[in-house]
Design a protein around this ligand. Sequence first.
Ligand code: CMC
Length: 423
Amino acid sequence: MSNVPEYAILKVGGREIKLPVVEGTEGEKAIDIAGLRKETGYVTLDPSFMNTAACFSKITFVDGEQGILRYRGIPIEELVKLGSFVKVAYLLVNGNLPTPEQSRKFSQLLNVNSLLHEDMRHFFDHFPQGAHPMHILSTMINALAAFYPNVDLRSMTEDIDTSTARLISIVRTMAAVAYKKSIGEPIVYPRHDLKYCANFLNMMFDSPVAPYSVRPEAERVLNILFILHADHEQNCSTTAIRTVGSAQVNLYATISAGMSALSGPLHGGANQEVIEMLKMIEADGNVKKYINMAKDKNSPFRLMGFGHRVYKTYDPRAAIIKKECHAFLQAMDIQDSLLEVAWEVEKAALEDEYFITRNLYPNVDFYTGILYRALGIPEDMFTVMFALARLPGWIAHWKEMIGGNTKIVRPRQIYIGKTLDQI
Ligand code: CMC
């Protein structure tokens, strides 16, 4: 028997009203205030959604106090052992791990939809030199709706499995093309004989003059990185997806909105900023100075890759990446002095009263950049890697949202501007 009350009692404006209490399957309790304004004239105020559950969801469970992350009920540690990003993508989007037959069909769909439309290829020629790949990618994804129409909810004639596979497969091709264009090399087309992550590495690093062969260690570690980033419930970009999608915008424009949200330095853009920060600290040789700067309220500097809205303990993804990072560098015989700087920064922060009292621990972005560097991925592609990995999560949330009879997202506000008699 649950000891959760059926109602919460609110006294306001001389009235007492009962608000229903709901409880999730993992014991999260919420007071349902949807009818509050109608009954009392009051709204609730919660800027930045610090304490608001915006939906019901069956996709991902996070317990930020205990450091637990599960997709569709399966612990992240188990999914990492599975070693297949494509299977985890299927799990997120469809709700179950694929049977061998479902795996075969999904891989086939990914292969069939991996090629970029030839006319879209020319778009890449017109971005200015030095354009950030995240900006290029969000533009290109938006353009997909023009090439593959009928993804508007009201007139969707294409089945969701095809749109899903196209996004997961083609965005990977776009990312590699954006990179090749940025370094002035001919693009490499996707190959049906390579698996998802190996295919991406091949498109990134193969060249007519120096054929590339994918190392199994690299393929394995990329699968792990992608699995760890594949979903994280109602984060900023997923909330953007659910908000934009609720207006029944087409799927590609919706995903493009998520990409834009992810590019911010407080969100997915942090992985690139971590490396820039570690380089700065290494050049300066003074870890303490940067710890002090991060604590100084007069300085805008923050320890990038530290802190999280939900995790108040070690981010379980960061724990896995830290271990994999060390193992991969050793296996590949790569020396990266930034890994030692990262260890030093982490140690200094975790011993410091400021970070201890605020529960600030390394998050997923703290060690990922070092792994991406070891894989040969350039820094301005780090957030793109995050975006590729997050696609199944975004699509799963979009699918759940459109299947759930969602109303258009439209928060209220408390107006504090001029009144008529003040003008
Ligand atoms: N360095 C120094 N102080 C920090 C940091 C940090 N990285 N993060 C939080 N704080 C302090 C903050 O100043 C505040 O102190 P006080 O209570 O004295 O005002 C307290 O800790 C609470 O922080 P907050 O900003 O209110 O927390 P939030 O939940 O709004 O922000 C965050 C979460 C992730 C945006 C923030 O921790 C941050 O800016 N971290 C650095 C950027 C980063 O690593 N982002 C990646 C997040 S994980 C992956 C993803 O979401 O994409």
